[in-house]
Design a binder for this molecule. Sequence first.
Ligand code: NAI
Length: 302
Amino acid sequence: MTGKIRFDEQVVVITGAGAGLGRSHALDFARRGAKVVVNDLGGGGRGDGKSSEAADKVVEEIIQAGGEAVASYDSVEDGEAIIRTALDNFDRVDVLVNNAGILRDASFSKMTDEDWDLIYRVHALGAYKVTKAAWPIMLQQGYGRIINTTSAAGIYGNFGQSNYSFAKSGLIGLTNTLAIEGAKKGIKANVIAPVAGSRLTESILPKEVVEALKPEFVTPLVIKLCAQDSEETGSLFEVGAGWISRLRWERSKGVCFTPSGELSAEQIEAAWDQISDFSHAEHPRTMQDTFVPVFGNLGITM
Ligand code: NAI
């Protein structure tokens, strides 16, 4: 058993921390000694309006419990303003949890450009903007922890969520590259696909399920991944209701056709079962794992 995970002297920025998962993360980081920037635009679940109330309430909760926190009411689209709040108040940024989110569900045929654009702006562009502002600070410190929040819809797709799936899957790619670029600079980046009862899920799940799916079952994984001695990076986890699982890619062994200069659709059709045969599957982790079979088929060793 390792010691208690603490964040004393560390500054933690959490977007969308006025409710649901973000609030739960903020309270736990603060309990563990962190100085927390509680960011929340305070609007509706579809991206309408704004209010300082959501962030203020969580800051108040933290202060009442003896912790340290400041509010930020900016949209994640203005990532620089959120990070400026951290610097103005606490001088540094050690942990960034990109968590803010809204939904604009509609089947693809009924989706409007506004539904598409707004979801992209909050989930994908927003996470980019806040991370982009925090990144040089983490590089300079030689230390950083980043958590992005994707969704099962971003991994598997989901009816009525093409906009959300698109934006959320982008966060997985972003995280993978941040993990690579941050590796030598002490920056670890991971991505979680949570399931929790919140404003975003209360309209699709029965009330008793929403109440049982506590955000507090997700937060401990975020805390563990952001611990100072954590080596985990570039990983994707599904988490909810006390269940935690790690995902990886699986690739069939594949078929190397003779590189005679020609390859026909009929050859591929004839080998389809073998192409799709996972009985000797591999688990690639890097781009190099793609180059090996591709160039190997040309007789070039990488
Ligand atoms: P929530 O609605 O309780 O919390 C999201 C918070 O983000 C709200 O307080 C909202 O005001 C804030 N927010 C929205 N737009 C913002 C913006 N532009 N700038 C700053 N803050 C903004 O929802 P929940 O469930 O806690 O969601 C947190 C994250 O987890 C979201 O990214 C969501 O997509 C993701 N997620 C949640 C799942 C769940 O089961 N609850 C499932 C999969 C993903």
